[in-house]
Design a protein around this ligand. Structure first.
Ligand SMILES: [Zn+2]
Length: 304
């Protein structure tokens, strides 16, 4: 029975898929299951109910391997409001305002530790990925949007409003674009994958992905090159400022854009320019765990 307790369950609730893993005490994956997230429905409450049931079904499969007493953690695209426990800031909007933890406890009998998915990414990379061995790890996610998480001494720093690490919604340009969060010129409106696509489309009337934009920029296409240079400049400004505030021991990049080689060369030079140090040594690391970081980090949440 003692061995059973050392296994842990992680769940990653995403907009398109829900994934569950069972880890053994060394972090080895014993089980991995995914299923599609129930799609948007006519009634928001119906989708919410379908999501609860999909999580419960995955949890049942996981507990069959991990045992009924294994700790369970879950990452969500949002966070829980301290006090009420209601979901906030979720881009799967059916979750907003719902008592997700309480509903899952009633449905499954499990007490689930719930955290923001970017925090789960940062935690996994800090404990068993690129950030292993560093004390203060800042995990940066650059995908469709810009998210982030802060881990100090192996613990997620959540903050009194559960928004620690939300660097993507720092406004850096009062003349910039409107962000869905209500601010103007957020970092996310300048350097996320979604922003780059939008900016290019506004200028050329052509919808292309980030990989194609990069190819065109490197090939010398004028519009693409201008956007690309601005992107690296803004990346440097955003991350350089972050380093000046936190002075982290390392930064780990995740999300689709983390595969862009120029972030680690020109982007890093720009970071140096914008940080408050003439001798910056902060390592800028590509993630080690890829897509799996979120669900593995969720499992580690339940370790306390
Ligand atoms: Zn914003």
């Amino acid at each position: 029975m003692e061995l059973q307790r050392e296994k842990r369950i992680g769940i990653d609730l995403g907009g398109t898929k829900i994934e569950a893993v069972v880890l053994d005490c060394d972090g080895k994956i014993l089980l991995r299951e995914r299923r599609p997230t129930p799609p948007p429905m006519h009634q928001a409450k119906d989708r919410y109910q379908a999501i609860l049931e999909a999580i419960a079904a995955l949890l049942k499969e996981a507990t069959a391997v991990a045992g009924p007493d294994a700790p369970v953690g879950m990452g969500i695209p949002g966070s829980l409001r301290p006090g009420s426990g209601l979901v906030q800031n979720a881009n799967t909007t059916e979750l907003i305002g719902q008592p997700l933890g309480r509903d899952l406890r009633e449905l499954t009998g499990h007490e689930i530790v719930i955290a923001n998915d970017a925090n789960c990414f940062a935690l996994a990379e800090a404990l068993s990925g690129a950030g292993r061995g560093y004390n203060l790890v800042f995990g940066i996610i650059m995908g469709t949007g810009c998210g982030g998480g802060l881990v100090i001494g192996g613990q997620v720093r959540d903050g009194p409003h559960s928004i620690a690490g939300e660097w993507g919604h720092m406004s850096i340009d009062p003349a910039g674009r409107k962000c869905y969060c209500g601010n103007v010129g957020c970092i996310e409106t300048k350097i996320s994958g979604g922003a780059l696509q939008k900016i290019y489309q506004e200028q050329t009337n052509e919808a292309i992905g980030v990989a194609e934009l990069r190819k065109r920029a490197l090939g010398g296409e004028k519009a693409a090159l201008f956007i690309w240079e601005q992107f690296l400049e803004d990346f440097g400004r955003a991350v350089g400022g972050l380093i000046s505030i936190l002075d982290p021991d390392c930064l780990v990049l995740g999300g689709g854009l983390s595969q862009i080689p120029e972030l680690y060369t020109t982007g890093l030079e720009k970071i140096h320019r914008y940080s408050f140090s003439i001798d910056l040594k902060t390592p800028l690391l590509a993630n080690h765990l890829g897509d799996s970081a979120g669900v593995i980090g969720a499992a580690w949440l339940g370790r306390l």
